[in-house]
Write a protein that binds this ligand. Sequence first.
Ligand SMILES: C[S@@+](CC[C@H](N)C(=O)[O-])C[C@H]1O[C@@H](n2cnc3c(N)ncnc32)[C@H](O)[C@@H]1O
Length: 382
Amino acid sequence: MSTAQALRHRLAATLTEDDWLHDNTWRAAIETEPRELFLGPALFQQTGLPESTAWTALRRDSVPTQEWLNLTYRNDSWVTQVDGVLAEEATGPVEGSPSSSSTLPGLVVQMIERAGTTPGDRVLEIGTGTGYSTALLSNVLGARNVTSVEIDPDAAERARNALDTAGHHPTLITNDGLLGAPDGAPYDRLIAACSVRFVPYPWLRQIKPGGTILVTLGGWSFGHGLVRLTVDANGEATGRFLPGYTSFMLARPHDHPPRGRLEFLPGEQRPSRIDPTLLDDWTGRFVGQLAAPSAERFGAGAEQILFDVATGSQARTRPAEHEGWIVEQRGPLKLWDAIEDAIEVWTAAGSPHLREFGLTITRVRQRVWLGTPDGPSWLLPV
Ligand SMILES: C[S@@+](CC[C@H](N)C(=O)[O-])C[C@H]1O[C@@H](n2cnc3c(N)ncnc32)[C@H](O)[C@@H]1O
């Protein structure tokens, strides 16, 4: 057995021990697919933290083979593109946010299993990225049953070459995956490797009745929740959020609109009814985002800052002099009032994890609910 093969087997064993991987069919795919092929010639690493947030490329030919393979077969995500610049094209440090990556193998295989994917299924993947997850799907389902859509032409070409070299020829589409892939519809499962602010309606029309959509709901306040939806014969869907803490980069068309320098202006001040640090909690942050979906959140702890780019509405919290917190708000949307209302509903229910929430999608609205479908609910910004 070669070094790479041995590392693949070790990765599969680790993923099984660590509860990411349960099914021997997918385990065999992890043991077979050469992740080094999909990571390509270079990766980005964030260096100089906390002073600098620049990304520096690490080239495969600059490190010993064994070291590169060890990196490849760690259960880690690797960033392959920052703001449109592929790692192999970087000529120096790049400032920006990851725009494509290889998801950690544990999460890739967990998503596949959680979608209920079994041999015989036809799968639509949104966000091909490096192509590694597409290779795992092709390995088990057969490439003719796999369609993957990637919005970034450079990432798509890189993935296509890697998949070709690995001997897989699934249907690869370079386009906005929020439109789905109607030509190959209907599919049994849709697995999204990017998050969305609401579920795109074309997806609902392309999944068979009884089929599954597995997607992370995200937003501009960094709230994330993985939801598994079952689609019905009317093209409507419902399902619950899943345990754990899954996040993906936002689908590019759902990213926040461009804005100038953030300038905070004086507003009305009053005591806050809630502890602002609740927005640092995984579910608290998601609930806050449900209540103020068009706001971006900055800051942390007792000093939260919310800014709504469309209306210029702002909210900022700080500790009060003696006890409690002060909120200062400005603009037509009372962002903090809405967040307080929602957080109070959540805390009154015992501050449960997101898995106590669900999502129901009809033809006209998308509603996240707490507890049961007739419980307290919030509309997504469709
Ligand atoms: C986390 S990466 C995917 C990782 C991939 N599953 C892997 O294992 O290599 C997310 C990908 O989604 C892509 N993406 C973002 N918005 C998209 C959209 N609207 N349609 C299709 N792909 C999109 C990004 O360009 C990026 O390559």
